[in-house]
Ligand binder design. Structure first.
Ligand SMILES: Cc1ncc(COP(=O)(O)O)c(C=O)c1O
Ligand SMILES: N[C@@H](CCOP(=O)(O)O)C(=O)O
Length: 468
C-alpha cells in the first residue's frame, strides 16, 4: 500500500494516513496537517494533462495525496459525482479581461463561491470513509459567510454526519445568511454567534482542543484547517495553467485572501512542480497579511467590516502551514510563533523565513474606495461584473501584472452573493441564478449564541447524534 503520511505543523501530534487526517481536521497539538513530502509531477506528466477534463486533471493531481487508502475507481467516481453539482461544463472556466489578465471563475457551484469546489468532494470523501468504518461524525465549522453555505449544501441530509456552522451574527450578507439558515435537513444546525469571524474560528479550535468533547462527539472539521480542503483547491491552479500554456510557460496568480487556504493551495501546486511565477496575496482593509509581508511582523489590530466580509479575518489559519515551510519544517519555530500569537497577539518572522516567503509571494491591499472603483471601471472597460472579493484581487493583480507571464485572478464569489455592494459600485443589481431565485423568501431556522465555549459546547452536545 502506498501511504502518504501527514504530519502536524506543531510536531506533537501523531502522523496520520490520508483518511485519518481527513477525519481529524486539526492536529491534537493544535497544528495543521501537511504531507510529510510534497508529491511531484514532472513537466511531462503535467503536459500530458493538456486537453483533459477538470475531473481527469483532479484525479491525476489528487491521487498522490490519497494514495491507495481509497480505491482508484471509487475515488474517480467521487470526483465525477462531486462536479456534477457544477453549472459550467469547464467547472472553473477562465475569462480574459485584459491583454494578459484573466479571471478564473470558481463560483459555478451550488452556493456561488469557490468553497463548493472543495466542499463537494470533501463531503463525499468523509461519507465514504465513515461508511467504510461504520462510524458517525460531528462536523463543526466557522464561517465568515461562504464556507458555511457550501458545507451545509454539501453535507445536508447525509446520514453519517451532523453539521454545526458558527457564523458571526449580523456580519454576513443576507444571501450568505439564508444559504445557511434555510436548509431544512435535520442534520444541519446554523449558529449565529455574537462576535466576529475570529471568535467563531477560535471557538471551533477550542472545541478541537477539548479532548474529551472532541472524542465524545467524534468531531471533524470542514474549514481549510482540514488538509483535504486545501488539496482539492490545488486542482484549479493546474487547469488554469494548462489552459494558458503551462507547464511550458510560467503563470502568476492573484488570490483574494482571508484564511490563506486558497493561496496556500497555489503554493502547493508550485511545490508539486507547476511553474508558477508569482502568487499575489490580495487583502481588503483587514490587511494583516500584507503588513506581515512588508514588516516581517504578524500583528493583530482588530477587524473592520468591509464590503468583502468573507475576508474580514485576522487570524489567518493557513499562514501556519506556510510558516512551517518557511522555517524548513522546524515545528519548534512554529510552536513558538503560535504561542506568541496566543499570548501577545503578534509574532516576528525570522529573516531567513521571511526571505523564503517573499521569494514566492507578493501582497497588496485594496481600500474600500479602491474596491468600489475597481468594480465600476472593470465593468466600464471590459463589461465584466466583479464581486467585491474578486475586485480586491483584480485591484491587487494590476500592481503586479507584467508581460512575461499571464496573470490569473481567482474569482472567488458570484456578484449576486453581495448585491448591495455591487449595486452601489456599478448600478447593477445582479440576479441570483434560477435555483436560488426564491432564496430570500424561504423560511429561516437558526440559533443565536454568545461567543462562549461552554454555551456552544452545550448546544452541540445536546443536538449531535455521534455520541460515544
Ligand atoms: C468569496 C471569498 N473570497 C476569498 C476568501 C478568502 O479565502 P481564504 O480564506 O482561503 O484565503 C473567502 C473566504 O475564505 C471567500 O469566501
Ligand atoms: N472566508 C471563509 C472563512 C473560513 O475559511 P476556510 O476556508 O478556512 O473555511 C468563509 O467564507 O467562511
Amino acid at each position: 500500500m502506498t501511504l502518504l503520511e501527514y504530519i502536524s505543523t506543531r510536531g506533537q501530534a501523531p502522523s496520520l494516513g490520508f483518511c485519518d487526517a481527513l477525519l481529524a481536521g486539526l492536529g491534537r497539538d493544535g497544528g495543521l496537517y501537511v504531507p510529510r513530502e510534497w508529491p511531484k509531477l514532472s513537466k511531462k506528466e503535467i503536459r500530458a494533462l493538456r486537453g483533459k477534463s477538470y475531473q481527469e486533471v483532479a484525479f491525476a493531481v489528487l491521487s498522490p495525496f490519497v494514495g491507495d487508502e481509497i480505491k482508484a475507481d471509487v475515488f474517480r467516481a467521487m470526483i465525477d459525482e462531486a462536479y456534477t453539482t457544477f453549472r459550467h461544463p469547464a467547472i472553473t472556466p477562465l475569462v480574459q479581461t485584459g491583454p494578459n489578465a484573466f479571471v478564473l471563475e470558481l463560483f459555478h457551484g451550488s452556493t456561488l463561491a469557490f468553497k463548493d469546489v472543495a466542499m463537494q468532494l470533501l463531503a463525499r470523501l468523509m461519507d465514504h470513509v465513515l461508511a467504510e468504518r461504520g462510524e458517525r461524525a460531528t462536523i463543526i465549522g466557522a464561517t465568515s459567510g461562504d464556507t458555511g453555505g457550501a458545507a451545509i449544501d454539501a453535507f445536508a441530509g447525509r446520514s453519517r454526519t451532523d453539521i454545526f456552522i458558527l457564523f458571526p451574527h449580523e456580519k454576513v450578507s443576507p444571501v450568505q445568511q439564508r444559504q445557511m439558515t434555510t436548509c431544512k435537513a435535520d442534520n444541519v444546525h446554523a449558529l449565529a454567534i455574537r462576535g466576529n469571524f475570529d471568535d467563531c474560528q477560535n471557538l471551533v479550535k477550542a472545541m478541537f482542543n477539548d479532548a474529551a468533547f472532541r472524542d465524545r462527539l467524534r468531531i471533524s472539521g470542514v474549514n481549510s484547517i482540514n488538509w483535504a480542503r486545501i488539496m482539492a483547491q490545488v486542482v484549479y491552479y493546474f487547469t488554469a495553467a494548462l489552459t494558458l500554456g503551462g507547464p511550458d510557460r510560467k503563470i502568476s496568480f492573484t488570490v483574494p485572501t482571508g484564511n490563506f487556504g486558497d493561496v496556500f493551495a497555489g503554493y502547493v501546486a508550485k511545490k508539486m512542480g507547476l511553474p508558477i511565477d508569482r502568487l499575489v496575496i490580495a487583502t481588503n482593509e483587514n490587511d494583516i497579511l500584507a503588513r506581515t509581508l512588508k514588516s516581517g511582523r504578524y500583528e493583530m489590530r482588530g477587524v473592520s467590516a468591509t464590503t468583502s466580509p468573507s475576508m474580514d479575518i485576522q487570524i489567518s489559519s493557513n499562514f501556519e502551514r506556510l510558516l512551517f515551510e518557511a522555517y524548513d519544517r522546524d515545528d519548534a519555530a512554529v510552536r513558538a510563533s503560535m504561542e506568541s500569537l496566543r499570548q501577545s497577539g503578534s509574532f516576528e518572522i525570522k529573516e531567513r523565513a521571511l526571505k523564503a516567503i517573499r521569494k514566492d509571494f507578493r501582497a497588496a491591499r485594496a481600500s474600500e474606495k479602491q474596491v468600489e472603483k475597481t468594480i465600476r471601471t472593470t465593468l466600464a472597460e471590459t463589461g465584466y461584473l466583479l464581486d467585491p472579493h474578486t475586485a480586491v484581487g483584480v485591484f491587487a493583480a494590476a500592481k503586479f501584472e507584467r508581460s512575461a507571464s499571464p496573470m490569473v485572478t481567482l474569482a472567488t464569489a458570484h456578484p449576486a452573493k453581495f448585491p448591495a455592494a455591487v449595486k452601489s459600485a456599478s448600478g447593477i443589481d445582479p440576479a441570483l441564478p434560477t435555483w436560488l431565485a426564491d432564496l430570500m423568501d424561504r423560511e429561516e431556522r437558526f440559533d443565536i449564541l454568545d461567543a462562549e465555549l461552554k454555551a456552544v459546547e452545550t448546544f452541540i452536545g445536546q443536538h449531535a447524534r455521534a455520541q460515544t
